[in-house]
Design a protein around this ligand. Structure first.
Ligand code: FAD
Length: 413
């Protein structure tokens, strides 16, 4: 066993993947994983989906059985918060201990933004990031008649869908003129607006919450439009901010996210970062991604760099969300697209939005259309450029374009 010690701060999606990837690549030094939650690494996506609806038990959320940590010699320490990084000594500082590192991986994730309005600290005003939050929402929903969701992003919409499926009355308030405005096009926003309204959710766009009222526990909210709505519970889902304070205090460059390069290195030698806490450049755009794929991809890049000095090829970003009977899958980044074309059957809720910059395909949002999503993802990974006319000539079938590209590659080989 080498004497090298890698310390991972955080015990979430990126952390577990980094440890796993390092071991798969044959790193045989010590790995110490320090997480401030009371749990071993677990999946967050089900917290707003199957777990919330009671379709998945808590004991199915963990990524690994306890024995894995022993088998893989990963020294996991839960309920352990890293207070500071002493970069000159190559140590992280805990409450009553220092832990030395040869390489440090920051996988500290992100945290929900808080509403800066009166009443936001009342009992029954909830947020969703971890298991404890999801448990609190589940418990509250049992005695809730009317849930108000603040924020029309993925978390807000998934919780709204789960609550409607439990027959709760749901009102969702979104400040902007459309749902999911940060992450998708007006076409897809419109689809989700129709979907949620058709399931009985009251969606208020262009309105915000001015105050939350209650005597100890929330009982109503006041909208900026002046209207007052009764509420037994309020879910705040207005976005997240990166947990970058440790890095900032250590002098690592940050800009709404810890800045990392293609293999996850920060501005201080020997310190890497992965997952929600980071910001990086993809295809010329500076992005802070909050997704499972981003956490996995960056963790793999770091492991490849540390264990083998290898640079991994580009892996296009992807994401998914489940709401009612709809699966949204996204491949690529739609930033700065100049045109959108819908292919498939919108009325039957089986279609994809294809985003182009000028003639070239940038990204795809698929609604119950996994074949198109998978083809897009594979082509982006292979570096195949698809144009509007390619798509037209193929009869709108990315699957056929991919097939042809694979055949052409085989005949050259
Ligand atoms: P995390 O998994 O958040 O792990 C970071 C950990 O570090 C946390 O446990 C944190 O407490 C800990 N930590 C922070 N600071 C310290 C410190 N100083 N010392 C010790 N520990 C510290 N993504 C998708 O792609 N699809 C989905 O459908 C989807 N659904 C989601 C649903 C929910 C409810 C949530 C919350 C997220 C969802 N995501 C989804 C996003 C995805 O889960 C995250 O992008 C992913 O978990 C990021 O992994 P991470 O390791 O960067 O952060």
């Amino acid at each position: 066993m080498s004497e090298q010690q890698i310390v991972i701060v955080g015990a979430g999606q990126a952390a577990i993947r980094a440890a796993e990837s390092l071991r798969k690549r044959g790193f045989d030094g010590r790995i110490v994983m320090l997480g401030d939650e009371a749990f071993a690494p677990y999946q967050r996506p089900p917290l707003s989906k199957a777990y919330l609806k009671g379709q998945l038990d808590e004991n199915r959320l963990a990524f690994k059985a306890d024995a894995w940590y022993e088998d893989q010699s990963v020294d996991l320490r839960v309920s352990t918060r890293v207070e500071r990084i002493d970069a000159s000594a190559r140590e992280v500082v805990l409450r009553d201990e220092r832990v030395g590192y040869d390489a440090l991986i920051l996988a500290t994730g992100s945290r929900p933004l808080r509403l800066p309005i009166p009443g936001a600290d009342l009992d029954g005003v909830l947020e969703l990031r971890g298991i404890d939050d999801a448990k609190a929402i589940k418990t509250r929903l049992e005695s809730t008649e009317h849930l108000i969701v603040i924020g029309g992003g993925y978390i807000g919409l998934e919780v709204a869908a789960a609550a409607r499926q439990m027959d709760r009355t749901v009102t969702l308030v979104e400040r902007l003129p459309r749902l999911l405005s940060r992450v998708t096009s007006p076409e897809i926003s419109k689809f989700f607006l129709t979907l949620h309204r058709s399931h009985g959710a009251d969606i208020r766009l262009n309105d915000s919450v001015a105050g939350i009222e209650g005597n100890g526990s929330v009982s109503s909210i006041e909208l900026s439009s002046g209207e007052r709505l009764d509420a037994d519970a309020v879910l705040v889902g207005i976005g997240v901010c990166p947990n970058q304070e440790l890095a900032e205090e250590a002098g690592i460059s940050c800009d709404d996210g810890i800045l990392v390069d293609d293999h996850g290195a920060t501005s201080i030698e020997g310190i890497y970062a992965a997952g929600d806490c980071t910001r990086r450049e993809i295809n010329g755009a500076s992005v802070r991604l909050e997704s499972v794929h981003n956490a996995l991809d960056q963790a793999d890049r770091i492991a490849a760099h540390i264990a083998d000095g290898e640079d991994l090829p580009f892996d296009p970003p992807w994401f998914w969300s489940d709401q009612y009977d709809i699966k949204l899958q996204t491949a690529g980044l739609f930033n700065d697209y100049s045109g959108c074309r819908l292919i498939g059957d919108v009325d039957a809720a089986r279609f994809s939005a294809m985003y182009f910059r000028d003639e070239t395909l940038l990204a795809v949002d698929s609604i119950n259309d996994t074949a198109t999503f998978m083809s897009a993802k594979a082509m982006m990974k292979m570096g195949i450029t698809v144009t509007k006319s390619d798509l037209q000539q193929s009869g709108d079938s990315l699957k056929d374009i991919l097939k042809q590209a694979r055949e052409a590659a085989r005949s050259i080989a």
